[in-house]
Design a protein. Structure first.
Length: 110
C-alpha cells in the first residue's frame, strides 16, 4: 500500500483524491496540506468505518463529528496549550530516550 501511495504521488502530484467503493479519500503528502486538513474545524466528517470503533473506545473526540466533536474539542484544547505541554518536556525527553534505546537494540536484527 505504501509503495502504491508513493507511485500515485509521483504520477498525480503530492495531493490527490480517489474513490474506493464509492468512498472519497484524500491523500496529502506535503506537511502544510496535512496540517491544514488536521487542524480544520470544517473538515471533521468521519468515515462510516469509525462507527466500528464505538464498542471499543466509545464515542469521543477521535471518532465523533459535528456538535459533539466541537464540544469535546473545546474541552480538550486548553490541555494542549504550549505552556502546559512545556511542563512535560522533561518526561517526553526521558521516555523518548528509552524508546530510542529499545529500538536501537532491534535495529540490525531481521
Amino acid at each position: 500500500a505504501f509503495d502504491d501511495a508513493r507511485k500515485w504521488a509521483r504520477e498525480y502530484g503530492a495531493s490527490y483524491r480517489f474513490l474506493i467503493r464509492g468512498v472519497l479519500f484524500v491523500q496529502a503528502v506535503r506537511y502544510k496540506e496535512v496540517e491544514m486538513l488536521l487542524s480544520s474545524t470544517r473538515l471533521i466528517r468521519k468515515s462510516p468505518l469509525y462507527k466500528l470503533t464505538f464498542p471499543f473506545i466509545g464515542e469521543g473526540l477521535l471518532n465523533s463529528t459535528g456538535d459533539k466533536w466541537h464540544q469535546r474539542r473545546r474541552i480538550l484544547t486548553p490541555t494542549f496549550h504550549f505552556n502546559i505541554l512545556q511542563s512535560f518536556l522533561q518526561t517526553f525527553h526521558e521516555e523518548c530516550s528509552k524508546l530510542v534505546l529499545q529500538l536501537s537494540e532491534h535495529a540490525d536484527k531481521d
